[in-house]
Structure formats: C-alpha cells, structure tokens
Design a protein around this ligand. Structure first.
Ligand SMILES: Nc1nc2c(c(=O)[nH]1)N[C@H]1C(S)=C(S)[C@@H](COP(=O)(O)O)O[C@H]1N2
Ligand SMILES: [Mo]
Length: 282
C-alpha cells in the first residue's frame, strides 16, 4: 500500500541526499549517502501498517527492507538521556515523532535504503526512509527522510498528531479474512477460509475462526518470519448445504493477549474489532 501527504512524489538523488542529526545530542552529524557504507547493512522482513487501516482493510503490506540500524547512526551523535522523541522530517516537510525507547529495545528500527532486493522505489521513499517495526507508519516510517531531531514529546508535535491522531502509535493485534470475500458464493463441499493476522513486535501465537455462532476453531498458521511480520492462516471447512453464513476471525499475540472485540474507529490510534465476512453456500 502507499500513503503520502505530498501530491507529487519527491525526487531526490543519492548525490544530493543528506541526513542531518541534531537537537538533544552531544554532536551534530550530517551523513551523505556514501557515509552510510561505514555501517553494517541489515536486511529485515517487516510488515508496515497504516493507522488509518479499518478492520478488514488493505493498508498493510510486507517488505524485505535493507538498510542500517538507527542506533548505529545515532550512536556517533550521542543522544541525551532526556530526549524521548525522534522527530524525523522528510524533504517534503512531512514530520513523524517516534519514541526514542523503541529504537533500542531490540526491535528492528532502521534507515532503509532498499526494498525487496532493489533500491527503494521513488514512491516508497528513495533514497532513504525510516522503518520501525511495531509502530504505525505515521509515527515511524518517514519517506525521503533528511532530518532527525532528538527532542521531547512535551516540546514537539508531528504532522498527524496536530490533526488529532495520538502522539504514540503501537500497532494493535488484528486479523483479516481474505477468503471468502464478502458476499461470495461458495459451492457445497470442502472449502478453505484464509487470511492474515498481525501483532508486530509481539508476534502472532494463534488464530481462531468461528463460523456463525459455533465454537472457535484453531486455524493453521503459516511461517512466522519474525515477530515483525504478519502470518497467513487457513482453516478447512465443509459447506454442507445451501444457506447464508458468517465467518469471524481473531488472533492471539505472543504475550497471550487475545485481539479485542471492542469496536473502535481508526482515530486516534488505530481501529479494533473482529473482522467478519458474510457468504452464501450455493
Ligand atoms: N514523507 C512522508 N512519509 C510518510 C508519509 C507521508 O505522507 N509522507 N506517510 C506515512 C504513513 S501514514 C504511512 S502508513 C507510511 C506508508 O508507507 P508506504 O507508502 O511506503 O507504504 O509512510 C509514512 N511515511
Ligand atoms: Mo499511515
């Protein structure tokens, strides 16, 4: 998926790109693209999610991100202990506030320069963007990033927070049914339900599926590449006779917390609720 505030995609070459690190640091630093080669490159599978994704929505996708650890880039600057926000700015003026503690708590937090084995596509932030696992994109994923300021949540406010969204945006445990589609006609006989579930930075432990008012049944899970990616799920089912049905899904994360059934909207910090799909056996 793709989300931008800019009407046209910024065009920025690797030659002119600079990343300035300043604010509550011991030493201000500016990196050129070539300077990044001094750092160890890492490649990580991370699922990005938008806070505007409604339950059952499509604003979520996976990338194999190549880049450099933000802790490595920040180390040389010397971050002051009382700085709790990394305020990042893109060349188009968009801003993001990321909690400093999320950069060094073991999750992947990187300056990404590649996606799926290629240089970053222009629309995904070429030549460099932020990717921090487990946080919605509006607080973590600055594309065309050129400026990192160490500051504090009680001093600075980023773009979407000024529009009424929460200052902090950890990704909530959610799951989605992709098969069947709403209103789909399913022939009598064996069929398979399937979809995805995510709880980035905690990981998905299990997925359960319920048909109509029946018992929750354990779905089969696809591989967990890491706790930072979604997992595919599937459940075989026998469609015994014609009629209308509803299938519902819920996930449990690796802390044991079950996805909440409470229905909340996307504002201010992400939608919750179980995804259900109505379909017809014919
Ligand atoms: N410069 C810039 N970076 C941005 C945005 C933006 O509008 N401008 N949108 C953010 C939001 S809200 C999300 S969800 C992710 C989406 O990343 P993608 O477009 O690469 O999928 O980028 C984030 N980074
Ligand atoms: Mo977003």
């Amino acid at each position: 998926y793709r989300v931008d505030t800019a009407l046209s995609v910024p065009q920025l070459s690797r030659d002119v790109w600079r990343l300035r690190i300043h604010g509550m640091v011991d030493r201000e630093i500016t990196y050129s693209f070539d300077d990044l080669a001094q750092f160890e490159a890492v490649e990580k599978a991370i699922t990005l999610t938008c806070v505007s994704n409604p339950v059952g929505g499509n604003l979520i996708s996976n990338g194999m991100w190549t880049g450099y650890r933000l802790t490595d880039l920040l180390h040389a600057a010397g971050v002051h202990p009382d700085a709790d926000m990394l305020l990042s700015t893109s060349v188009d003026g968009f801003t993001v506030g990321t909690p400093v503690e999320t950069l060094a708590d073991g999750r992947d937090a990187m300056l990404a320069v590649g996606l799926n084995g290629q240089p970053l596509p222009v629309e995904h932030g070429y030549p460099a963007r932020l990717v921090v696992a487990g946080l919605y994109g509006y607080v973590s994923a600055t594309k065309w990033v050129t400026d990192l300021e160490l500051t504090r949540f009680d001093r600075a406010e980023a773009y979407w927070t000024r529009q009424g969204w929460a200052p902090r945006g950890p990704i909530k445990t959610e799951s989605r049914i992709d098969v069947p589609k709403r209103g789909q006609k399913v022939p009598v006989g064996p069929t398979t339900f399937g979809g995805v579930a995510w709880a980035q930075n905690r990981g998905v432990r299990s997925v359960e599926v319920r048909i109509d008012g029946g018992p929750w049944q354990r779905a089969r899970l696809g591989a967990a590449y890491s706790g930072q990616t979604w997992r595919l799920w599937s459940l075989p089912w026998q469609a015994s006779g014609p009629g209308d049905h509803t299938v519902t899904v819920r996930a449990t994360d690796n802390t044991g917390a079950v996805q909440t059934s409470d229905v909340t909207s996307t504002v201010p910090d992400g939608a919750t609720g179980w995804h259900s799909v109505n379909f017809t056996v014919t």
